[in-house]
Design a protein. Structure first.
Length: 150
């Protein structure tokens, strides 16, 4: 099992951060430009047990994802992929309050690659790609919530 964690301080309340991430329609706003996310199925409001279906296009290849919202708490949204290019994919969106004006956005991703152990050679590339994607997502979330989109 591989694990990646990204952490960003954002000038907003933890409630605003949670609300932003509960609105899955914000996903295209924070998606890197080299990817296209098409929301196929989405239930609103987001609830535990909901299934989100996405078509994600990257490198000219479209892959269908199905993600189950496994847990929603005040400071956590956990989704687990039911269908994805990964053997296993679990994503924790963690919202940590610093004070009433600042919060940490933390993404913790646990995953296994398909065809292990043969796919181990791909891990550095997958890790770099995921770090780039989540770094971009954090930067865009910060810009949107801090009102810095000039």
């Amino acid at each position: 099992m591989y694990e990646i964690t990204i952490r960003t301080k954002i000038k907003c309340s933890v409630d605003d951060l949670l609300r932003f991430h509960q609105d899955t329609n914000n996903l295209p706003l924070i998606t890197p430009q080299d990817m296209k996310v098409n929301i196929i199925e989405l239930h609103s409001p987001m609830k535990e047990g909901n299934i989100v279906k996405l078509a994600i296009k990257k490198f000219g290849i479209t892959q269908n994802w199905e993600v189950r919202i496994a847990k929603i708490e005040q400071n956590l949204i956990k989704d687990i992929a039911i269908k994805s290019p990964f053997r296993y994919f679990e994503h924790d969106h963690i919202f940590e309050s610093i004070d009433e004006n600042y919060s940490f956005l933390i993404d913790n991703i646990k995953f296994r690659l398909p065809f292990e152990p043969f796919s181990k050679v791909a891990y550095p590339f997958v890790k770099a790609d995921m770090l780039n994607m989540f770094t971009y997502r954090h930067a865009m979330t910060k810009k949107i919530l801090e009102g810095d989109l000039a």
